[in-house]
Design a protein around this ligand. Structure first.
Ligand code: ADP
Length: 499
């Protein structure tokens, strides 16, 4: 990413403090706005709506009640909800409608129909009847008593009328309840809410500062300390109480440790490799010069020394190349079917021929044909690295035992030597890059500390189990297992393998 784009992106970012403050404020604003809307702005609407719903429920109960139960039901409603319940039959006499009140009606003290004259009441009932019929059989009506009327009935009343017809007459059910004025309540709520708003804002500010300090301070500390990470230094400071931040800090600490270790190994590698390269080079140059200058020295033995040393150089360089190839790219896997037993016995035979002159004995014990499906080159690389180590570290014993043992679903290869062995404490570390148990550069112990890390990389790539057992002075046994192909699959192998 270019610096310009990074700077632009950073400009649009804000810190944890600002972020927490912003979200706390947004959260408080939403809560306060919801309170203001429900408790102040829409209180009147919500109150009336609630009353209307209660009236609708009550009317439904009354409509479902039969005539025997009507009075009891009306009484219950009047008592529990403070509704007056009255029923009227609308008679028609010579074109004129006359409302006649049912004796089952229960009219509480404030009921409209009790506080007006009979003529006014009849007018009101007929008006409600007309309106209800016009609007689908029911109507809500807010009745405001005239200013002169001075008593309990001065409150607004909510009336609900519903009309039913039995074919001959219309019946009107009237529910009536008082509406409490909400203005006074709204004023009280407004004052309370103003106080709550101020407190919430203060609390949000305080809380956001407190939280951001708790979160941001350790993160800032970690970020400052992590600037030293490229140099392999990381000072774990105060990381606060939060688990995630503590985990981040310990991960960085481990990364610093790993960087330090890799750096050390790399330095060791350069020292080892330059030493390991220089020794054979000096020999080659020395022998070459002697052979050039002194005719009698041009013997096959001297030529062999030059060839051996050049081969050693080539081995070191190819080890380095292999490791860098395996490390830099993804695990390339050119799998093929092959008989592990056949390949290994041929390889052991080659070692036998190569090392015969040095007095090495190679024993090979196998359970026979072991078909596997792997990258042949990589598996042979693993085997040769183990064999080379067995040869290099076998001391005076010079005996190496290779076994190929078949289990039900896998085959285990082990390479055992009776040489110098590895101290127990060093065992887990031999698989690390550039790691050498013996850091001194004796001529006999060639190697750059990468052979086993190549083995590890390859076997890990196959998720294959592997390991080492060793005792100082008694020798070492390195082993690895590969999945064995089932018999029926083995039958499908290319002809030359299944022979
Ligand atoms: P090198 O090229 O140095 O042998 P390796 O990665 O193959 O590197 O091995 C790492 C270290 O493990 C070696 O330097 C050696 O000290 C130890 N090691 C490996 N194999 C054996 C063995 N068979 N016997 C004793 N020590 C061994």
């Amino acid at each position: 990413m270019t610096d310009e784009r990074k700077a632009k992106r950073d400009k649009h970012r804000f810190g944890i403090r600002t972020g927490i403050f912003f979200w706390m404020m947004a959260f408080s604003c939403v809560i306060i706005a919801a309170l203001w809307l429900s408790q102040v702005v829409f209180l009147d609407v919500i109150y009336k709506n609630t009353m209307q719903n209660r009236m609708l429920d009550a009317a439904e109960r009354l409509t479902l009640a039969d005539s025997d139960n009507f009075r009891k039901e009306a009484f219950d409603l009047a008592e529990s909800n403070q509704f007056s319940v009255s029923a009227y039959c609308i008679y028609e006499n010579e074109g004129q409608k006359i409302p006649v009140k049912s004796s089952d009606s229960i009219e509480l003290a404030g009921a409209v129909t009790r506080n007006i004259t009979k003529a006014e009441r009849d007018r009101l009932i007929l008006f409600l009847h007309k309106e209800a019929k016009e609007y689908g059989g029911e109507v809500f009506y807010e009745y405001k008593p005239s200013a002169e009327t001075e008593n309990d009935s001065s409150l607004s009343r909510l009336l609900y009328a519903t009309v039913h017809s039995d074919g001959t007459y219309d019946y009107l059910l009237l529910l009536d309840c008082s509406l409490q004025p909400v203005d006074a309540v709204v004023n009280i709520f407004a004052i309370q809410l103003a106080i709550v708003t101020a407190l919430t804002v203060l609390l949000a500010v305080g809380l956001s500062f407190f939280l951001s300090k708790r979160l941001a301070s350790p993160l800032l500390g970690i970020s400052r300390a992590a600037k030293e990470l490229p140099r392999g230094h990381y000072e774990e400071g105060d990381v606060g109480r939060y688990r995630e931040i503590q985990e981040l800090s310990s991960t960085l600490s481990e990364a610093a440790e790993e960087l330090r270790r890799t750096d050390r190994y790399q330095k060791e590698l350069i020292a080892n490799v330059s030493h390991d390269l220089r020794t054979p080079l000096t020999t080659v140059i020395g022998y070459g010069e002697v052979m050039r200058d002194i005719e009698g020295e041009r013997t096959p033995e001297n030529m062999q020394v030059i060839i051996d040393e050049a081969r050693r150089l080539s081995d070191i360089v190819s080890d380095l190349l292999t490791l860098s190839r395996y490390q830099s790219g993804p695990f390339e896997d050119k799998r093929e079917f092959f008989d592990l037993d056949e390949e290994l016995s041929a390889t052991v035979e080659r070692y036998r021929r190569m090392k015969a002159a040095s007095g090495f004995t190679f024993l090979y014990e196998s359970d026979g044909e072991a078909p596997v499906y792997c990258d042949r080159v990589k598996i042979l690389q693993v085997f040769c690295n183990l064999m080379n180590n067995a040869v290099n570290y076998s001391g005076d014993a010079r005996e190496i035992l290779v076994t190929v043992k078949k289990q039900k679903e896998s085959v285990t290869v082990s390479v055992k030597d009776y040489g110098i062995g590895i101290p127990e404490g060093e065992l887990p570390r031999v698989w690390e890059r550039y790691y050498k148990v013996d850091k001194t550069h004796s001529r006999a112990r060639i190697g750059s500390g990468i052979g086993l890390s190549i083995v590890k990389r390859i076997l890990d790539g196959y998720h294959a189990p592997y390991g080492v057992e060793s005792r100082v002075g008694e020798g070492s046994r390195f082993w690895f297992s590969l999945p064995l192909l089932p018999e029926d699959t083995a039958e499908m192998l290319p002809a030359e393998l299944s022979e």
